[in-house]
Design a protein around this ligand. Structure first.
Ligand code: KG4
Ligand code: ZN
Length: 353
């Protein structure tokens, strides 16, 4: 079965062809980082317009690289949420048009579920039950995957998502956008123990996360050390504070839930320190950690095609009148907690993703 996967929830136009939900035939990612970098974050309207320009050539390229034509496809899978509404709509409209014109089933996919399924492309299957940590530009969620596609929420961020915090701190440090990879690289040259930044909610007994205090502490440190700032030390110390809390909560979840497998997912799962520390500490407790390779952690169409194939095999179909849902949940009814925030995707101001 050949499934076309389309991803346009944020600033990557991703299109892929995946065979039988596992074999990557092609994976085209047209990123828009240059377009957004001068604004220091993703500008929703700029992203939507770029998706319009990039999507159809990306579909053609994905088919050509896979050695197939549109007529060879068996289904079209597309991210329907969560994400920036205008950006999502471009992918959803295109996917509907391809499905209708080619008379193929349409499968609407939750972006966060797709991130989890990137693990199938890497490891061949999704072991369950497992503790799942979805950590991206817009989300930080610790879950238990009870069975295929069934999730129970343990906790999530009460303010900033991890990727959002990486991007904001990178901006303060003048490292450009996107911030996560830049901080990851620079942290390798710094001392993670140089500055003692706060580890919010480390021992609070919940599975929630909070990063706004850490972000403020970094900002205060930077303002207080103008002219003598060791940027690599700040990056390393910030990253260590983020990762310490993440690893501690993930491993406590495995203990309390009696599970021995952790699945990492989302753009921030590409973080080298998170991967290294989690793998080391988990191995000491005989817990296995699975993560997609870094290039499949960040947004791509292959994970969408993969999750779509499994949904198709479960008998799911999405009607052609489906809309985009910018606030789609991974667990129905369980939303992002904490203070009310401006919705992602509103207005023309850059959002920290
Ligand atoms: O999943 P993703 O590609 O898009 C969303 O769904 O949001 O995640 C993007 C986020 C950005 O905030 C980016 O800075 C972060 O993932 N990121 C990283 C790394 N690579 C990407 N954060 C930390 N370390 C990395 N190596
Ligand atoms: Zn994502």
């Amino acid at each position: 079965m050949l499934v076309l996967g389309i991803e346009t929830s944020c600033d990557e136009t991703g299109v892929a062809v995946v065979e039988n939900g596992k074999a990557l035939r092609s994976n085209v990612i047209a990123d828009q980082q240059l377009l957004h970098s001068r604004f220091g974050g993703v500008v929703p309207e700029v992203a939507s317009r770029a998706h319009v320009d990039l999507l159809h050539p990306a579909v053609e390229q994905a088919c050509a690289e896979a050695g197939v034509t549109l007529a060879d496809l068996d289904a079209v899978a597309v991210t329907i949420g969560p994400g920036l509404v205008g950006a999502l709509l471009v992918g959803v409209a295109a996917a509907k048009a391809y499905a209708f014109a080619l008379d193929l089933p349409l499968i609407g996919v939750n972006h966060l579920v797709a991130h989890v399924y990137a693990n199938v492309l890497e490891h061949g299957s999704l072991p369950s039950p497992a503790v799942v940590f979805v950590v991206s530009g817009g989300h930080t969620s610790l879950l238990v995957m009870e069975g295929e596609g069934e999730f129970r929420m343990l906790g999530q961020t009460i303010d900033d998502a991890a990727g959002e915090a990486y991007d904001k701190v990178a901006r303060v440090l003048g490292l450009g956008y996107p911030g996560g990879p830049a901080i990851d690289r620079l942290a390798g040259e710094g001392d993670p123990a140089a500055i003692s930044f706060p580890r919010s909610l480390l021992d609070d007994g919940t599975y929630d996360f909070s990063l706004s205090g850490l972000k403020t502490a970094v900002l205060r440190h930077v303002r207080g050390h103008q002219g003598e700032l060791e940027v690599a030390d700040v990056a390393a110390s910030f990253q260590e504070a983020v990762v310490d809390v993440q690893v501690s909560k993930i491993l406590r979840a495995t203990r309390e839930e009696g599970l021995d497998t952790v699945l990492l997912a989302g753009g921030v799962a590409a973080n080298s320190r998170l991967r290294a520390k989690l793998e080391r500490d988990a191995a000491a407790r005989r817990v296995r950690v699975l993560a997609p390779s870094p290039r499949l952690c960040t947004d791509n169409g292959a994970m969408v095609a993969c999750a779509g194939t499994f949904a198709l095999e479960r008998g799911e179909r999405t009607p052609l009148d489906v809309g985009a849902d910018p606030n789609l949940r991974i667990v129905p009814g369980v939303g992002r907690r904490g203070p009310r925030r401006p919705k992602r995707g509103r207005g023309a101001a850059p959002v920290g993703r």
